[in-house]
Design a protein around this ligand. Structure first.
Ligand code: BES
Ligand code: ZN
Ligand code: ZN
Length: 478
């Protein structure tokens, strides 16, 4: 779908946003009609008047960009089912074009469809939405600002939708090798340094934890390392993604219901590739090392087992208590790799669909943020809010740390109780952060929002592309 600034209204179909709080104002011209159909302008509601060629969509709060993103996504989700090819919208900014950017991104994310596996895909008729020269109050809009906002929204949405496409593919169509090829394609397109490491390299580097997870699969693992190097970087960051192209749980096999959607266990890896792509397109002045550990967690005669003791790249030994806690094993080696193979890091972030416990703690819409540095965590929470993603801190404490002690190895990969599982997973990862880097690191658990079973906000069902908008905003803030 295309978004265009137009100097006069051309499309006959109009999208009109109405704020719940201002519903009784005089400028809501069709109040009686809207009253009649019971439309009050609240969140995620719409009233379609086909014969008048108008759709009204609710905006919960006129000062909140997220209300506009959600309203725009709602509008396209209704229009998708109709035969309308072009629609028009006025702007809702009074000075600045922040709301126009929010509306644009809502349209582009809400319009996303993944139809690769449909034998007869039915593409939506809607091709273009025109942003008009006036705002809703009849004032002339800031043309340059709106044009810039549309361009930025397109760039961001393309990156989010790129991540969604990678995640939505079936595990057989998105193996570690295929993911690595996709990463190299991005490297080629944007002039990034790209390196792919295979099982042989993992073995010779002593990445015993990563290797063990991948061992039972016919699809061999890959470690992906992309580098975006602007000429005068203000900061250098490593962003590490969990890339389980399938997580069956391994010998600690998942129950049937829980296994569905585990193709999305590579959402962290997809996010880091999409983030570095967006950063390169935006020419952000930050050197970025995007690192992803891609593997498939399967069962078989050669599978790793509960009771195994693994040795990670940094020499630490890990008692395997549960083979379904595999993401932290892959990340342990990727975190060690990042610290060994990059220089002058200012920040180390990891992004992972790491624990069901995080979803229990925060709900399906919110990511968990963990780490030792309050300032870094605060900057991440702020960026999440500005980007339209939800995130909340899960605090470490000394008592939870005891739960991953092992009798026979340095650390255990699963906690001895069923409480606080998102935090004990974060504490496990912290064991692989070198002392000098403690305050540079934060862990983002996207298990909740990574994959959407029933659409919400700007996300149709399927992969959401979580963390892409969030971390691009964060990188911009550095
Ligand atoms: N990939 C899962 C976590 C997950 C669950 C992501 C639900 C998205 C939605 C992870 O590998 C896992 O299975 N974690 C276990 C850890 C446990 C065995 C300590 C979990 O959360 O149950
Ligand atoms: Zn698992
Ligand atoms: Zn997993």
């Amino acid at each position: 779908m295309e978004l265009k600034f137009v100097s006069a209204q051309r499309a006959r179909f109009t999208i009109i946003f109405v704020c719940a709080k201002e519903f009784n104002h005089d400028f809501v011209s069709d109040r009686e009609l809207l009253d009649l159909v019971g439309f009050d302008g609240s969140d995620e509601t719409a009233a379609l008047f086909a014969e008048r060629k108008e759709i009204y969509v609710g905006v919960e709060d006129i000062c909140d960009p997220e209300s506009f993103r959600i309203a725009a996504a709602k509008a396209v989700s209704v229009l998708k089912g109709l035969k309308i090819e072009e629609a028009h919208i006025d702007n809702y900014d009074r000075g600045g074009a922040a709301i126009s950017e929010a509306i644009a991104i809502g349209f582009l994310l809400g319009a996303y469809e993944f139809s690769m596996y449909k034998s007869t895909p039915k593409p939506a008729a809607l091709k273009t939405i025109h942003f008009g020269p006036k705002n809703y109050f009849g004032e002339k809009t800031d043309e340059k600002g709106v044009k810039r906002a549309l361009k930025k929204a397109k760039l961001l949405a393309d990156s989010v939708n790129f991540a969604r496409d990678l995640i939505n593919k079936t595990p057989d169509d998105m193996t570690p090798a295929i993911l690595a090829d996709a990463a190299m394609e991005i490297a080629g397109k944007y002039g990034l340094e790209g390196k792919i490491y295979d099982a042989q390299y993992l073995k010779s580097s002593g990445m015993g934890a990563f290797l063990a997870v991948s061992r039972a699969s016919k699809n061999a693992p890959r470690l992906i390392h992309l580098v975006y190097k602007p000429s005068h970087p203000k900061k250098t960051v490593a962003i590490i993604g969990k890339g389980l192209t399938y997580d069956s749980g391994g010998l600690s096999l998942k129950p049937a219901d829980y296994m569905c959607t585990m193709k999305a266990d590579m959402a962290g890896a997809a996010a880091v590739i999409a983030i570095v792509k967006a950063a390169a397109e935006l020419r952000l002045p930050v050197e970025i090392h995007a690192i992803a550990g891609a593997a498939e967690n399967m069962i078989g005669g050669d599978a790793y087992k509960p009771d195994d003791v693994l040795t990670a790249m940094n020499g630490k030994t890990i008692e395997v208590k549960n083979t379904d806690a595999e993401g932290r094993l892959v990340l342990a080696d990727c975190i060690a790799f990042a610290q060994k193979n990059t220089q002058n890091l200012d920040c180390i972030l990891d992004i992972a669909t790491l624990t069901g416990a995080c979803v229990v703690a925060l709900g399906e819409h919110t990511s968990g943020v963990m780490g030792f540095n309050a300032g870094l965590k605060a900057s991440l929470l702020k960026a999440a809010d500005e980007s339209g993603e939800l995130a909340a801190e899960l605090p470490f404490n000394r008592h939870l740390k005891k739960l991953i002690k092992s009798e026979i190895a340095d650390v255990a990969n699963a906690s001895s109780t069923r409480y606080g599982g998102a935090i004990t997973a974060g504490l496990f990862l912290s064991e692989f952060i070198e002392e000098k880097n403690r305050d540079k690191w934060a862990h983002l658990d996207i298990a909740g929002p990574g994959y959407v079973e029933k659409g919400w906000g700007v996300n149709p069902s399927g992969a959401s592309g979580a963390a892409v908008r969030w971390l691009v905003r964060w990188l911009e803030s550095l």
